[in-house]
Design a protein. Structure first.
Length: 646
């Protein structure tokens, strides 16, 4: 089906229901916050269990609006409950912390805290905590597309909620189970669970849950090509006064995809446009991609190619923008699998420890028995003392062997950690430095496909392709050499380098990107300049700086590379007249990596937020320094100091 892939948005949105309330149903947090501030002034604050309950309520309150605040209050509740030895409060705090990590997408942390929650709750038979742990584990399995395991854990949670007679959570558990069956392609089987979710939601007064269930009925009927039924369910959501903005928006896009499928393109466009307006309120990038695709396909079917091209372009840009989030999800999934393996290892270690304790107890009684006989039989005492000395020698040797093995395991763990870090950096650099050249090549190939280029222009384009492929090859070689060095350890190879020649080579293969934006690359120098550094590091440093300057310089701009020097260092300046750097990002440069520091270029070029981190790492490895001067709108100047050849 045309839009099946986008249905995952509804799955992830609905799975958030485990918290027991929706964002729209949250009360004002101001009263709770003021109450907590007053409580902190009381002398018995640290001993009052009511303050643990208050902190847990604050954690629930901020769960979807401010996850950092939710995590803060959950941890405060946990610390206070542990100090008071208030086990139920501790279990409730762990439940909130695990939920918050889940909402943030940190599934490995969520699973770790959920495991602790289960152990604590089972110890005191705290049913809400046990059910919450089962539900969290089930939802994490659903994120991994392991729906059989997800359904098994969600059913365990459902049985406890039924025992507790909690209609709201019962309805949400039915909804999540039905959602799993629908994602497995068992659409008919999901209907019975959605019916139960609707009944429980109405009984609990949770009408937004009812709207979500009707949306899933519509989606399942769309999958079964029952378009008229699907339209009816989507319309019920739109007509309901209890539906949230998110559910109304999804229902509108559902109507649009149904009308497209039956060939009513005008209605498809009308509903898709309404959906696109609401997407701005819910900030759902996956829903925006789905709606843009419907609009592009509908206009194309109407042969309005201008509008179709407009929405197709918007769809492509939106799809590109989620690249890093998908990358983060893949890495998070790897961490989750590692965490599950760690949990298994922890269970094995506990079993070994229990066996060791049992052995120690047996050994204790044996020694007492020998001591008793030693009082009666002196000869036996002497003999046993000798055996004890021999046993102590063996134990000392075993302890020494264990200490040696522990040190070896610790070294192996550190090596594996470094290798994993190198792997993550390598993947991120590939996404950061290689996507732009390939994007430029694809864009030029699109121009060639139109047949509007003259033979001379085609020849120039082919020369550009050669330069771009040379750039990609050089980058790959540098990355592979760097990755190999990282695996072998810190193998920085210092040598005398003609830095002006290196930068000339980088400029030659970067001109293609600059020419696409009509940017002038100016390399000012008098005489060749030599420094002491690692050649591969220098290439990666200035390739990143020059490509970043091109990325953040507008069409028709200028980038200048020039040199200054003092007694010890040769300073290489890379200066542009681009968009500059915001003050809040200036403080984060060279300190953090990833999507929190990454930004789009003047031509919507995407990045992975890893380049400046690597630059700083390589500059430090070569005994150098790096500075940056920038104001928003006035461009940026990066200055790299390398040891000059005397």
């Amino acid at each position: 089906m045309l839009f099946n892939k986008v249905s995952l948005r509804l799955l992830l949105a609905a799975l958030q229901l485990f918290a027991g309330f929706t964002v729209l149903a949250q009360p004002d947090s101001t009263g709770l916050l003021n109450k907590w501030h007053r409580a902190q002034l009381e002398k018995n604050y640290a001993s009052d269990t009511g303050n643990v309950i208050l902190l847990n309520k604050l954690s629930e309150q901020y769960l979807y609006n401010q996850t950092d605040s939710a995590l803060y209050f959950g941890r405060q509740a946990l610390q206070l409950a542990q100090r008071q030895k208030y086990i139920i409060g501790e279990a409730a705090a762990n439940l909130n912390i695990s939920r918050t990590y889940y909402v943030k997408g940190n599934y490995s942390e969520s699973l770790e805290i959920g495991t602790k929650l289960f152990a604590t709750s089972e110890k005191i038979n705290y049913k809400p905590g046990i059910a919450g742990a089962y539900q969290i584990i089930g939802l994490i399995y659903a994120v991994e597309n392991k729906y059989d395991l997800a359904i098994s854990n969600l059913n365990k949670a459902l049985n406890i909620f039924i025992e507790l007679k909690d209609d709201s959570r019962i309805g949400k558990a039915y909804f999540n189970i039905g959602l799993c069956y629908d994602e497995m392609g068992q659409h008919i089987q999901s209907f019975s669970y959605m019916d139960k979710a609707i009944k429980s939601g109405r009984k609990a007064g949770d009408y937004n849950l009812v709207s979500m269930a009707f949306n899933r009925f519509g989606e399942a009927n769309y999958h079964l090509k029952r378009f008229s039924r699907a339209i009816g369910y989507y319309q019920r959501v739109i007509d309901s006064k209890y539906s949230s903005v998110w559910e109304t928006e999804f229902a509108l896009s559902g109507l649009a995809q149904c009308y497209y499928s039956i060939g009513d393109y005008d209605k498809a466009i009308i509903n898709a446009q309404k959906s696109l307006q609401l997407v701005k309120d819910v900030s759902s990038e996956s829903d925006r991609i789905r709606t843009l695709m419907i609009l592009a396909s509908s206009y194309a079917a109407k042969k309005d190619y201008k509008q179709a091209y407009f929405y197709q372009t918007a769809y492509k840009n939106a799809s590109d923008s989620v690249f890093n989030s998908k990358k983060d999800k893949e890495i998070s999934n790897l961490h989750l699998k590692q965490q599950q393996a760690d949990n298994t290892q922890l269970v094995n270690q506990i079993k070994i420890k229990e066996q060791s304790i049992a052995f120690s107890r047996r050994l204790f009684w044996i020694r007492n028995f020998i001591a008793l006989f030693a009082i009666i039989f002196v000869v036996i005492v002497i003999r046993n003392n000798r055996k004890k000395a021999a046993l102590n020698t063996v134990l000392q040797k075993q302890n020494a062997d264990i200490a040696s093995q522990k040190a070896e395991i610790s070294q192996q763990k550190e090596t594996l950690h470094k290798l994993n870090h190198t792997k993550d950096q390598l993947f991120s650099v590939i996404s950061h430095d290689l996507r732009s050249p390939f994007a430029a090549i694809l864009q030029t190939m699109d121009d060639m496909k139109t047949g509007e280029l003259s033979p001379e222009e085609q020849k120039e384009v082919m020369n550009g392709f050669y330069q771009q492929l040379s750039l990609v090859t050089t980058m790959l070689n540098n990355l592979l050499v760097w990755a190999s060095d990282q695996q072998k350890g810190d193998n920085t190879s210092i040598e005398t380098i003609n830095v002006t020649k290196v930068i000339d080579n980088i400029i030659d293969i970067s001109k293609f990107l600059a020419n696409n934006k009509r940017i002038r690359l100016i390399h000012n120098f008098t005489g060749e300049k030599f420094v002491l550094a690692d050649l591969n590091h220098v290439k990666i440093i200035f390739t990143n700086l020059i490509n970043n300057a091109i990325k953040f310089t507008a069409h028709g701009g200028t980038i200048e590379i020039f040199y200054t020097q003092d007694q010890d260092y040769l300073a290489v300046h890379v200066k542009d007249n681009g968009i500059g750097i915001l003050p809040q990002k200036m403080e984060k440069l060279f300190k953090i990596t990833g999507k929190n520091i990454s930004a789009y270029g003047t031509n919507n070029e995407a990045g992975a937020g890893i380049g400046l981190g690597l630059i700083k790492q390589f500059v430090d490895a070569n005994n150098g320094k790096i500075e940056v001067n920038s104001k928003p709108g006035d461009g940026a100047e990066f200055i790299v100091y390398l040891e000059k050849v005397v």
